[in-house]
Design a protein around this ligand. Structure first.
Ligand SMILES: NC(=O)c1ccc[n+]([C@@H]2O[C@H](COP(=O)([O-])OP(=O)(O)OC[C@H]3O[C@@H](n4cnc5c(N)ncnc54)[C@H](O)[C@@H]3O)[C@@H](O)[C@H]2O)c1
Length: 494
């Protein structure tokens, strides 16, 4: 073995302490491993930070400091590993999410006691702040599989074939699992109402309108968003494998949930994925006090080495409307810059914001470059509504909890790119990029730098640790009402 600088030995000792607690079945040899093996045995962001620091130690004194900080935090936060039940089938506890499958690939689960000094504590705080949709104080814990069961039962009861109900439920559960509660169970009632009003057809299957080796134009036939989206992304992936890139656009689709679901699908197949959708008007163009564009999310996902990756999944408004909805459900205010009141000025009242339905674009006002978010939202329309020949901007009907009275005809865009057609070693470089970013000097040692997708990873680990999805009590109430209305077995709270 090569002689190591003292600082590297310092890191070895630190991690040896952690790995000593891992189950004997694991065969990780920390010091000679690549960052990936370490990543598989610990919370990804923490180990990535440390292992890439190992690589850079001796070059940058700053790296040593980062590891020392991490070590200090670790020592006061009782880091430990718990082995998951060896007989438990992975499928039962692991969602379809790309990150999660890789994250838990080692069969271990990371647990930690929350400690004020710990960076993990910070992440949890960050979750609460940035996602603002987590369970908060009042919550009902529901097992992931029970949430899925409940969703499938409700959708089937609303005249949706089982296979379609499962696709839709998988998507909604994944949203909750990743911490985007606004786009999980919270959306179920709206889908059910749409199905009952025939604004959406649960039985519809997409059809191809035009196709070339690299492109396809799809008619979603007013089917469920997940059914149309899965079909389109799978087609894009197939084309990417054949000719390097697949670009698929759909018209006549419906609300497709978290945009990241589809990019994760592409990443699962070793591709770079991109996905966008237009949505009902909810955001005002800069200088307007009326909504013309939707929250029009964009997701780009790229696979790194051994479970690392970049999963950007974001609304082009300051937040997704669901977050305002969740604040309203919780009777809590919203921060300045999320939404406008009826006078066109920012409001902090979640109910006023929800009723006005006029979100601010990413960036906020013109002074804070909100026009860039407005530009991104309009760009989504170019690739979705305009390119697919679907509805766009103010032509899209409004959508409320009561459901819609007419077809949405949303436009959506799904892209898969095969990195093997470009410079060799994409995944390694991607992981190097994320390591560089995660290792950047912190403004606060308790607030580590993250890359897109890290907060969701941490949320998934937290759900596993807690043993279920922490729904707000009002969400459970809505589920109970839904079960009574549809005559399905009520959701079981742990
Ligand atoms: N289907 C629809 O109509 C629709 C519309 C809008 C939004 N959505 C979905 O709603 C969800 C929430 O959207 P959002 O914009 O509110 O998400 P968000 O603001 O919580 O996160 C946006 C992105 O930033 C990343 N991120 C968060 N904190 C970070 C940090 N400190 N450092 C680095 N990266 C960080 C996240 O990983 C994520 O990729 C998304 O899944 C989106 O697709 C869907």
């Amino acid at each position: 073995m090569q002689a190591m600088p003292a600082s590297v030995r310092f890191v070895r000792v630190h991690f040896k302490g952690l790995l000593a607690l891992s189950p004997p079945s694991t065969s990780h040899t920390l010091y000679s491993t690549s960052s990936s093996m370490v990543a598989q045995t610990s919370s990804r962001w923490a180990t990535m930070m440390a292992t890439s620091t190992v690589r850079r130690l001796g070059v940058e004194a700053r790296g040593v400091l980062v590891v020392r900080q991490l070590s200090a935090s670790a020592s006061c936060s009782t880091l430990s590993y718990t082995s998951l039940c060896a007989t438990e089938p992975e499928q039962e506890r692991v969602s379809n999410g790309w990150n999660k499958r890789n994250f838990l690939g080692s069969g271990q689960q990371f647990t930690c006691r929350e400690d004020f000094a710990s960076p993990f504590f910070y992440i949890q705080q960050q979750q609460r702040r940035s996602m603002s949709t987590t369970g908060a104080a009042k919550k009902g814990l529901v097992a992931v599989e029970e949430a899925r069961r409940f969703m499938v039962d409700c959708l089937v009861q609303a005249n949706t074939p089982l296979a379609h109900a499962k696709q839709q439920a998988d998507l909604l559960v994944e949203a909750d699992y990743r911490g985007h509660f606004s786009h999980g169970m919270n959306r179920l009632e709206m889908y059910i109402n749409d199905l009952h009003k025939n604004a959406c057809n649960g039985k519809a299957v997409p059809s191809v309108l035009n196709e070339t080796p690299a492109t396809a134009w799809i008619d979603g036939n007013n089917g469920l968003g997940a059914v149309v989206g899965n079909y389109c992304m799978d087609l894009a992936i197939r084309k990417a494998k054949e000719v390097g890139v697949g670009w698929v656009c759909a018209k006549r689709s419906n609300h497709y949930g978290i945009a990241g679901w589809y990019t994760l699908r592409a990443m699962n197949a070793g591709c770079i994925g991109m996905s966008m959708t237009n949505t009902s008007p909810l955001a005002s163009p800069t200088r307007s006090k009326e909504a013309a564009l939707g929250t029009n999310p964009i997701s780009v996902g790229a696979p790194g080495k051994d479970g690392d990756g970049f999963v950007l999944d974001m609304a082009t408004t300051a937040v997704a409307v669901g977050k305002i909805e969740m604040q309203r459900r919780k009777n809590e205010p919203i921060p300045v810059g999320w939404a406008q009141g009826p006078d066109g000025h920012p409001t902090t009242d979640a109910s006023v914001a929800f009723e006005t339905a006029c979100l601010m674009p990413l960036g906020g006002t013109e002074l804070t470059s909100g026009y860039k978010g407005y530009g991104l939202g309009a760009m989504v329309e170019v690739f979705c509504g305009v390119l697919a020949g679907a509805n766009y901007a103010t032509k899209i009907r409004k959508w409320t909890h009561a459901g819609a009275d007419s077809e949405a005809d949303l436009g959506q865009c799904f892209v898969a790119i095969n990195p093997a057609c470009f410079a060799p070693g994409f995944e390694g470089r991607l992981s190097d990029l994320t390591s560089i970013l995660r290792n950047m000097p912190m403004t606060d040692p308790n607030h580590p730098v993250l890359v897109a997708g890290d907060p969701e990873l941490h949320h998934m680990a937290m759900v596993d640790k807690e043993g279920g999805l922490a729904y707000h009590v009002n969400q459970i109430k809505t589920c109970t009402e839904l079960s009574e209305r549809l005559g399905v077995k009520p959701i079981e709270v742990i």
